[in-house]
Design a binder for this molecule. Structure first.
Ligand code: PMP
Length: 350
């Protein structure tokens, strides 16, 4: 199998699986308990918190563990219930749909702008916020791909998720800058200084820690910036040169997109059909965002970018990880031109 859907979820790293396996045996106790096994479990949780704080340049107390990026995003929106909320048109559904629910017109105002988008990989400019205004950024796709400094970015809140870097699904983080408003989404427990109730997912948080350690030791952002960027760019250039009717939705110019995402459209060929034919060849890609699949509407992100439903429907997303090779790109280019050609030939659209 050639896996090119890392932006949807990355395979669990062997280091992570090992750490979690050990954790289930050794750190099974409730981490909030006052007994020794509880303390030992809590020490491990604090180790992950400390490592993450170091990696994103914040204080450990500014980190809240959640069940994933979706929950972190929901928690920020929930805090600003009834307030002005401005989001970029590229946000994930767990921002866009939740903003619809909570948006009002009182102050303070919340801005939610992701630093990089999951469907296009596009890097956005973050707004400058003024008096009585706060800035949240969903950094889910950025972790591991670029260095993150929440202070330098001027963020009040930031969202992260473990499963995009080879950690487990079901572990996320919300960074909440000291002193900014926060209203817990899940109440009913003292955990996380009363900011997020629920028994600790100790093994999951330990697994996240192992993924962060891997990221730090390998400096994965450097590998993405050089090696992975080259794979992505070779694929982009070959698609444009070898497949008639192809166009890039991702701007691959340096600094305009994450190095690992390539979104492409093929005139008169449906994205989902391409995806299925590639799947039959053992090549795994996605159409738009995996979270939106099964949804017949064109992706709101592709629509915001291209303004053209035809282009949006004919798009697929390749997303690379550091384990991909140039042979993977060559294999894609052995089969993709034929698949697109066949679909274009049977299409009623010209
Ligand atoms: N935000 C972005 C930008 C994402 O790419 C994703 C995953 N598709 C999420 C949020 C949701 O993450 P999680 O699965 O951890 O809830």
């Amino acid at each position: 199998m050639i896996y090119l859907d890392y932006a949807a979820t990355a395979p669990v790293l062997p280091e992570v699986a090992r750490a979690m396996n050990e954790a289930y045996g050794r750190y099974f106790a409730n981490a909030s308990a006052l007994h020794t096994p509880g303390h030992l479990a809590m020490n491990e949780i604090e180790r992950t918190r400390g490592l993450l704080a170091e990696l994103i340049n914040c204080e450990p107390e500014e980190i809240i563990f959640t069940s994933g990026a979706s929950e972190s995003n929901n928690a920020v929106m929930h805090t600003f219930e009834g307030c002005e909320i401005e989001t970029s048109p590229y946000e994930h559904h767990s921002i866009i749909e939740v903003a619809e629910i909570y948006r009002g017109n009182k102050r303070p105002k919340l801005y939610s702008y992701m630093l990089a988008n999951n469907e296009l990989g596009e890097i956005l400019e973050l707004p400058c916020v003024g008096e009585d205004e706060y800035l949240h950024s969903d950094l889910t796709q950025v972790l591991g791909k670029m260095p993150i400094d929440v202070k330098a970015l001027g963020l009040d809140y930031a969202t992260l998720s473990a499963h995009k870097i080879g950690g487990p699904v079901g572990v996320g983080v919300l960074y909440v800058r000291k002193g900014v408003p926060f209203r817990p989404l899940i109440v009913g427990g003292n955990q996380e200084k009363r900011r997020r109730g629920g028994t600790y997912n100790t093994a999951g948080i330990i697994g996240f820690g192992a993924a962060l350690k891997y990221m730090k030791d390998k400096k994965t952002w450097e590998i993405y910036d050089t090696y992975v960027r080259n794979l992505r760019d070779v694929l982009a250039r070959r698609i444009l040169a070898e497949i008639p009717g192809s166009s890039l939705n991702t701007d691959i110019v340096l600094g305009k997109s994450l190095p690992n995402i390539l979104n492409v459209s093929f005139r008169a060929a449906e994205g989902e059909s391409i995806q299925l034919y590639l799947d039959a060849e053992g090549i795994i890609v996605s159409t738009g965002s995996a979270c939106a699949s099964g949804d017949a509407k064109p992706s709101h992100v592709l629509m915001a970018k291209t303004g053209d439903a035809e282009v949006a429907h004919s798009s697929i997303r390749f997303s690379f990880g550091i384990d991909n090779t140039i042979e993977d790109v060559e294999r894609v280019m052995e089969v993709l031109p034929g698949i697109v050609k066949r679909l274009q030939e049977i299409s009623t659209i010209s």
